[in-house]
Design a protein around this ligand. Structure first.
Ligand code: HEC
Ligand code: HEC
Ligand code: HEC
Length: 134
């Protein structure tokens, strides 16, 4: 309880201090290894819809990119992204590519670009292959 309160307080302070910077978070602790594209989480897009507390308090997301050990089992169980991406609050997890949209091999990070710079162009594999040939 006290911890949750602290998290909310921290969030309030952080928001004051760094209002302008809400980078997209690339989460790639397991995706590449599993043959999926890295996940791009558009932080600002979500932030304008929900208070910090919803995710960093109630849903238990720690303030650390890649620091939550999120995997699909937990998501399907309704934890983390799965708390909302259930076809009710937001579109459901069948839409693999909407989350797994990153450029392959992008490491876990907070990126201060717009999401577009991180999202793979169609056919990244073909592009990589032709680059290799030149
Ligand atoms: C709402 C967002 C979201 C959707 C939709 C989604 N995923 Fe994921 N997935 C994640 C996140 C977040 C992780 C953790 C990423 C990491 O650390 O690499 C993950 C991890 C994975 C992993 C690696 C770890 C594990 O659990 O095995 C696989 C494989 C995976 N997803 C497959 C899928 C498939 C297949 C679909 C569609 C049926 C899907 N995902 C849809 C968010 C999503
Ligand atoms: C819809 C859910 C959601 C909301 C709302 C949200 N966040 Fe996040 N936040 C996340 C996720 C997901 C991550 C990445 C966690 C991971 O990779 O496991 C994250 C990561 C962070 C990080 C860590 C970035 C780093 O450097 O590693 C900070 C700081 C943060 N959020 C602050 C905030 C603040 C402040 C607010 C409110 C203004 C907020 N978040 C609102 C989901 C959310
Ligand atoms: C608190 C609820 C909530 C949580 C938690 C949440 N999302 Fe979302 N997300 C939403 C809503 C609502 C939308 C908008 C859905 C719509 O437009 O139909 C959305 C949209 C998105 C989009 C599309 C953004 C765009 O530009 O259209 C992506 C990608 C996404 N979420 C990824 C994730 C990932 C990855 C996680 C977990 C790390 C996550 N979300 C966790 C509520 C949430």
């Amino acid at each position: 309880m006290a911890l949750a309160l602290l998290a909310v307080l921290f969030a309030a302070i952080y928001f004051e201090a760094a209002r302008a910077e809400y980078g997209d978070v690339v989460i790639n602790e397991f995706s590449d290894e599993a043959g999926m594209r890295p996940v791009v989480f558009p932080h600002w897009f979500h932030r304008v819809r929900f208070r910090c507390k919803v995710c960093h308090g109630d849903l238990g997301f720690k303030f650390e990119a890649g620091g939550n050990g999120i995997n699909m089992l937990k998501i399907i169980d309704g934890e983390y992204c799965g708390a909302c991406h259930d076809g009710d609050v937001a579109w459901s997890i069948e839409n693999c590519d909407l989350c797994h949209s990153g450029i392959p091999n992008t490491p876990t990070q907070v990126h201060h670009s717009t999401v577009q710079k991180l999202v793979a162009t169609p056919e990244p594999a073909a592009e990589a292959a032709s680059e290799g040939e030149q």
